[in-house]
Design a binder for this molecule. Structure first.
Ligand SMILES: Nc1nc2c(ncn2[C@@H]2O[C@H](COP(=O)(O)OP(=O)(O)OP(=O)(O)O)[C@@H](O)[C@H]2O)c(=O)[nH]1
Ligand SMILES: [Mg+2]
Length: 246
C-alpha cells in the first residue's frame, strides 16, 4: 500500500535569513520518505524580502518536484492565517502539517513524526510535537522562553480543560478530514491559533497526542515574549468564551 500522503506547510514572515539550509535538508528527507508535498507560505513580508525568498526557493523547486511553488500572501495574516492558507489549498492528502521555518525542529524530527502518524490505526489522531520533556537534553531553549512556555501551557490546559503540556510547538500533523470539519469555525490567525485548533479538534471528537521531540532554539525569533504572551493570553480567553457559546 502506498504511504499516507502529507502536505507540509512552512509559514514564513521575514525568514530569508534562516530558511535556506533547513528547506534544502527538508526537501531531501521528504523525497526519501515519499508521499509528502512541501509548500512555503510567505506571509506578506515586504517586496525586498519576497524577492529574496523567490531567489532561495525557485532553484530548489526546479530540483524538487515535491516542493510546490510558494504561496505569496498579499498581506500579513499572522502565523495561523498563513498555515490555514496553505492547508486550504492543499492537494487532497491524508494529513496536513506545518513546521516553523527556522529549523529549531530539525528535518529529521519532521520525518520521524510523519513516520509515526503513518503507523496510526483508524480513527486518526492529530499529533502535536512537544518540548515538554523538561529534563531532556534534547530540548535547548532560553530559560525565559521555557518558563513562558510552561506558564502558557498551564493556562491553556486549565482554562480549556484539555490535557496538553505544550500547545505552541512549531510542528503539528492533523488528519485532513478532521481539519475540513472544523475549518469554518477557526477565527484566530495569530500565534495562539494552535490553541484554537487544539480545542476545535478536541471538541469535534478528533483525538490528539503529544510527541516529544528534540528542539534547538534558533536565534532571530519573531515572538516578543511579553507583548505576544499578552496577546496570546487574550486569545485563549476569547477561545474559551466562544467555546462555551458553541
Ligand atoms: N505567517 C506568519 N508567520 C510568522 C509570523 N511571525 C512569525 N511567523 C512564523 O512563525 C514561525 C515561528 O516563529 P519564530 O520566529 O520561530 O518564533 P520564535 O520567536 O522563535 O518562538 P519559538 O520558535 O516558539 O521559540 C516561523 O516560521 C515564522 O516565520 C507572522 O506574522 N506571520
Ligand atoms: Mg523559533
Amino acid at each position: 500500500m502506498p504511504p499516507a500522503t502529507v502536505h507540509l506547510v512552512i509559514p514564513c514572515f521575514h525568514e530569508s535569513g534562516r530558511i535556506g539550509p533547513f528547506l534544502t535538508e527538508l526537501c531531501a528527507l521528504m523525497h526519501e520518505l515519499g508521499g509528502v508535498t512541501i509548500q512555503v507560505v510567505e506571509d506578506g513580508s515586504d517586496a525586498a524580502e519576497t524577492e529574496r525568498m523567490r531567489e532561495i526557493i525557485t532553484p530548489l523547486c526546479r530540483h524538487n518536484e515535491h516542493l510546490l511553488p510558494p504561496l505569496f500572501l498579499p498581506q500579513n495574516l499572522g502565523k495561523g492565517g498563513a498555515v490555514y492558507a496553505g492547508w486550504d489549498q492543499a492537494p487532497p492528502v491524508d494529513w496536513l502539517a506545518f513546521v516553523d521555518a527556522d529549523g529549531s525542529c530539525s528535518a529529521t524530527e519532521v520525518a520521524n513524526l510523519i513516520r509515526r502518524v503513518r503507523q496510526q490505526p483508524v480513527p486518526l489522531t492529530a499529533v502535536f510535537a512537544s518540548r515538554w520533556d523538561q529534563t531532556s537534553s534534547k530540548v535547548q531553549r532560553q530559560w525565559k522562553r521555557r518558563l513562558m512556555g510552561r506558564i502558557f501551557g498551564t493556562l491553556v490546559a486549565t482554562l480549556l480543560n484539555i490535557p496538553i503540556h505544550d500547545s505552541q510547538c512549531g510542528l503539528k500533523v492533523v488528519p485532513r478530514s478532521a481539519y475540513l470539519r472544523i475549518a469554518p469555525t477557526l477565527r484566530i490567525h495569530g500565534f495562539a491559533f494552535d490553541v484554537e485548533l487544539l480545542a476545535a479538534l478536541h471538541d469535534s471528537g478528533c483525538g490528539f497526542e503529544e510527541a516529544s521531540i528534540a528542539w534547538h532554539e534558533t536565534p532571530g525569533g519573531h515572538v516578543h515574549l511579553i507583548r505576544d504572551s499578552i496577546r496570546m493570553a487574550r486569545d485563549v480567553l476569547s477561545i474559551r468564551k466562544h467555546r462555551v457559546k458553541r
